[in-house]
Design a protein around this ligand. Structure first.
Ligand code: ADP
Length: 407
């Protein structure tokens, strides 16, 4: 049974095709620079990489190419449309309405469209992907899996901003949180590794990639997360500033005579590690530069680590008891020196890092703390697409079951 997972960004499409028996990835790929010159599709399947360079003006054209490659007579892994059981889409903003994975119909599309205003940098592209796949594979059921959904259990105290309540009521202006699928994936994996039900675990999950966010999870349910109304809040990221005094943005806009869009760009695209270092948003580049004596790169990394440490402290206080802290995504999974910088001096709080394990987490099922550390720290590779595929399968099976019963 095959499920195709689609993740449309502003100028890119990521996709993965799963054989659900054993959750095997049959093909995966990345199409970049949509709508720009030099669009490039990199398609991985059966140990081979296919690269196609050709200008792709829109997401629909991009997905048409993806479907063609997947169904290629010679090398394709899909026979025809009937060979695809369902398509799962990542949708960034589900607002207060979508708290679980949802079978897509016209009404759902309309609701996602209405949430575009809440996530103008993401939802329009997610929606473009949905519309295109509906046209390309009209008979195949489509499911939306929302980045915000896992966070819907946050209590008011965590999701309200202290601004007049009328704006929450009028616009839904509150903290939603993002990366929910990744936080849920690693939380479920941690439960599997520790052989305990997720509903008994208190966890702090740290998704540190291009975008970065942390989540406090009590008995399997989210009680707080660091991203807010948009993915700008919270941790320092590759190019986003994270938490900042809102008045500083107003000050800058006034002094530099910046429009709303310009100040948005400055905080989302020119800040974070890139802004601090003046060099790069990539931790690999900064770590190398810091080793070679670049003090601005070293400072950027230190500020990044400090912010994560501060949130760990906050979430320890929120949760009271914590079983494990989990690091995931590009930086969290791959940078031992960043993990060790984050956890520096934290042992009085019950987290005792084992530096040898930190260098080689694979040897100890991802556990990088000492045997007697009261709070465990784990390194887990995230795989959001796998969870989207699982959710998609469940939703479609349930709807088939329900419609069978109704007949
Ligand atoms: P996305 O959020 O786009 O999925 P990733 O989770 O792949 O991104 O994270 C990308 C970031 O991870 C890169 O920008 C880089 O900073 C960091 N990264 C990837 N590999 C390493 C590594 N070996 N060491 C340090 N940082 C890394």
């Amino acid at each position: 049974m095959k499920i195709l997972v689609i993740n449309c960004g502003s100028s890119s499409i990521k996709y993965e095709l799963f054989a659900m028996e054993g959750e095997k990835v049959l093909a995966r790929g990345f199409l970049e620079k949509i709508g720009e010159e030099g669009s490039l599709l990199s398609h991985h399947s059966q140990g081979e990489v296919l690269r196609i360079k050709r200008d792709i003006p829109s997401h629909e054209d991009g997905l048409e190419l993806v479907v063609q490659v997947l169904m290629d007579k010679e090398k394709g892994v899909v026979k025809d449309a009937s060979d695809v059981f369902a398509v799962g889409h990542r949708v960034v903003q589900g607002g207060e309405k979508f708290i679980e994975p949802t079978l897509i119909d016209d009404e759902v599309i309309e609701a996602i469209r209405q949430y575009q205003g809440l996530a103008p940098l993401h939802n329009p592209f997610n929606l473009a992907g949905i519309m295109a796949m509906r046209r390309l594979l009209p008979e195949v059921p489509q499911v939306a899996v929302f980045d915000t959904a896992f966070h819907h259990t946050m209590p008011e105290a965590a999701y309200l901003y202290a601004i007049p309540m009328k704006y929450y009521r009028k616009y839904g202006l509150k903290r939603y949180g993002f990366h929910g699928t990744s936080h849920r994936y690693v939380a479920e994996k941690a439960a599997e590794i520790s052989n305990l039900p997720l509903s008994e675990l208190n966890l702090i999950t740290c998704h540190l990639g291009n975008g970065c966010s942390m989540t406090a999870i009590r008995q399997g349910k989210v009680v707080d997360t660091s991203m807010g109304f948009t993915p700008l809040e919270g941790l320092i990221m590759g190019t986003r500033c994270g938490d900042i005094d809102a008045a500083a943005a107003i000050f800058l806009a006034e002094k530099e005579k910046l429009s709303f869009q310009e100040i948005g760009n400055l905080l989302n695209k020119e800040s974070g590690l890139l802004g601090l270092s003046g060099l790069s948003n990539d931790v690999r580049v900064l770590e190398k530069a810091a080793r070679e004596g670049n003090s601005k790169a070293a400072l950027a990394l230190e500020v990044f680590a400090y912010r994560v440490r501060k949130y760990i402290g906050a979430y320890l206080a929120v949760l009271g008891r914590v079983d494990a802290i989990i690091f995931t995504a590009g930086i969290g999974k791959n940078s031992p020196s960043m993990r060790s910088a984050i956890l520096k001096g934290i042992s009085p709080l019950g987290i005792s890092l084992d530096e040898a394990r930190n260098q080689n987490p694979e040897k100890t099922q991802g556990i990088i703390t000492t045997e007697d550390s009261p709070i465990k720290v784990l390194v887990i590779r995230t795989h959001e697409e796998a969870l989207i595929a699982r959710d998609t399968l469940q939703v479609v099976k349930k709807s088939l079951f329900d419609s069978g019963r109704a007949k």
